[in-house]
Design a protein around this ligand. Structure first.
Ligand SMILES: Nc1ncnc2c1ncn2[C@@H]1O[C@H](COP(=O)(O)OS(=O)(=O)O)[C@@H](OP(=O)(O)O)[C@H]1O
Length: 514
């Protein structure tokens, strides 16, 4: 008996040791692949801290416990989208990207740092990044499909926050922090160079390359930034805190506005699509925030867009307390029920994409009714009432969040843009924005047209060659949820008083607020 007991213990101990070994081996092997770093999460508690770097989205581990019982752990990869979660690009754009990557590999590429007139600016930036990434791993390997880099959020954020604490305020954040995101940002900045800076930038980059005998993109990010900052500064450009922030609401046309409005020569977009400082990145400090702003002349205004600010209760308080400037705000709104349906689709597709990256079509068979039923289950509570605390539902209660903002900022500083009106007449809304911010007149009605292929409004005279339409924020693999009449009636009833109060407070009429 005693022998049997001790041998059981020995087996259990051996199993535990082998488990730890398996995990350590997995870790060491996977760490060899820096491009595929991702965080994994399991609903169970593992006694061994686990950081796996795997290419799979879902991994099953079978591990014994101390009593020799085998447990099945389902590990799901978490891709934390810090910034560009909303830009997925559509298939057409992916196709273009592939073509350009091939051109780069076959040496057809024209100028290494200059945008060719017939290239799409956004893609050019991504291509630079892609080139840079491939340089780090395998020399000049063709990259058939460029996926947005995955981020191991926990570790990276902690490291960045620690680094941010040591930042000297006098020196630019970009020069002090080795943040992997900055390599990506360099591509974005180089792809959108103002014309007066472009020549100078190329010259400087060529000089650096000649001096260091190295491809500029192979230099450490802070060295690249040194050159970029210096060229911008010598041409009279600087990064300042934003003058105007598009605070939301999610799924209300913020991407389209963020595409059209910065075409005005006096508006400079922040670097990248969404900054997410006052919601997700707050711990990184103001120096970080400033480093994400665009390069502007004194006659230009800096624009930032993060739709989540509107529903982040602490955001207005933080903005008021922290920013030395007094920014103005743009608030896009949309029929709350359409917004909710759109948000549901967006979130569902985001979830599917995380789980099944390349298998979009698998979901084409889902019907609108099916999605409608899924949505109903999510937003209607046990007793048949609309669940106001559900995030999808709550985001559309505009008046609640608007009142929070009014505690810190006067209504005159927030311009409300109705998506309904944007769709009918973008020009009129751009004019309103020009007046709101005191800009010189730039927009003309003839600049905008409806693109039937893209099924959206585009801009004829945009300053981006071949890129006249805003990027799709949802690929639309799933059909829009069709809500059954009973649920629709409940939603209308639920939103009616909130919509009316919002209309009263803003002094605006909305077709959905009657
Ligand atoms: N080209 C163009 N012109 C005008 N309006 C457009 C355009 N493209 C999109 N849309 C509208 O924007 C909705 C998506 O809103 P957002 O861009 O705010 O989405 S996101 O929060 O950034 O994900 C989107 O909602 P859905 O159609 O439900 O996806 C549209 O109502």
């Amino acid at each position: 008996m005693v022998r049997l007991g001790s041998s059981k213990k020995t087996i259990a101990a051996l199993l535990c040791i082998s488990t730890v070994c398996v995990i350590l081996i997995l870790n060491s092997q996977l760490n060899a692949s820096p491009r595929r770093r991702a965080r994994y999460e399991t609903r169970h508690t593992l006694s061994v801290p686990l950081t796996l770097n795997l290419s799979k989205n879902v991994t099953i581990l079978r591990l014994p416990d101390a009593n020799n019982r085998i447990h099945r752990y389902k590990l799901e990869r978490i891709d934390e989208a810090e910034e560009d979660e909303d830009y997925w690009g559509d298939e057409e754009e992916e196709e273009k990207e592939k073509k350009m990557m091939n051109a780069r590999e076959s040496g057809e590429e024209k100028e290494p740092f200059m945008m060719a007139a017939d290239e799409e600016e956004e893609d050019f930036g991504d291509r630079l990044n892609a080139g840079q990434m491939s340089n780090q791993t395998v020399e000049r390997q063709p990259q058939p499909h460029i996926e947005p880099p995955t981020k191991s959020i926990g570790m990276q954020l902690r490291q960045q926050v620690i680094q941010a604490r040591n930042i000297t305020k006098e020196k630019n954040y970009l020069l002090q922090v080795s943040d992997p995101r900055y390599s990506r940002m360099i591509g974005k900045v180089l792809s959108k160079l103002p014309n007066d800076v472009r020549k100078d930038m190329t010259l400087n980059i060529r000089m650096v390359e000649a001096r260091s005998r190295m491809d500029f993109l192979k230099l450490p990010a802070n060295k690249q930034w040194e050159v970029i900052l210096q060229v911008f500064a010598s041409n009279g450009y600087e990064q300042r805190f934003p003058d105007v922030i598009n605070i939301g609401v999610k799924k209300s046309g913020t991407n389209a506005l963020g595409f059209f409005f910065p075409q005005h020569p006096q508006i400079v977009h922040s670097i990248g699509n969404e900054v997410h400082y006052f919601d997700w990145m707050y711990e990184k400090g103001l120096a970080y925030y400033k480093s994400r702003m665009g390069f502007a002349k004194s006659t230009q205004l800096i624009f930032e867009k993060t739709p989540r600010y509107f529903v982040t209760a602490s955001a207005p308080k933080r903005i008021l307390a922290d920013l030395p400037t007094k920014p103005k705000f743009i608030l896009c709104v949309r029929d709350p029920i359409s917004r909710l349906i759109s948000d549901f689709r967006h979130e569902s597709e985001l979830k599917l994409r995380r789980e099944f990256k390349s298998n979009r079509l698998k979901y084409a068979s889902r019907t609108g009714q099916f999605e409608g039923e899924r949505l109903r289950q999510e937003i209607i509570g046990r007793f048949g009432h609309v669940n106001g605390s559900n995030e999808l539902v709550d985001t559309s209660v505009y008046v609640k969040h608007y009142k929070n903002w009014l505690q810190y900022f006067p209504p005159e500083s927030i311009m409300v843009v109705d998506q309904d009106k944007m769709e009918k007449d973008v020009y009129a809304q751009m004019k309103r924005l020009e007046e709101f911010l005191g800009l010189r007149p730039f927009f003309k009605p003839s600049m905008f047209y409806f693109d039937t292929a893209k099924n959206g409004i585009c801009m004829r005279e945009g300053h981006l060659p071949n890129r006249n339409c805003p990027a799709k924020s949802t690929p639309s693999v799933l059909p829009k949820a069709i809500i059954d009449p009973q649920t629709m009636a409940k939603l209308k009833e639920f939103y009616r008083p909130f919509n009316q109060e919002f209309s009263q407070l803003t002094g605006m009429s909305f077709s959905w607020a009657i």
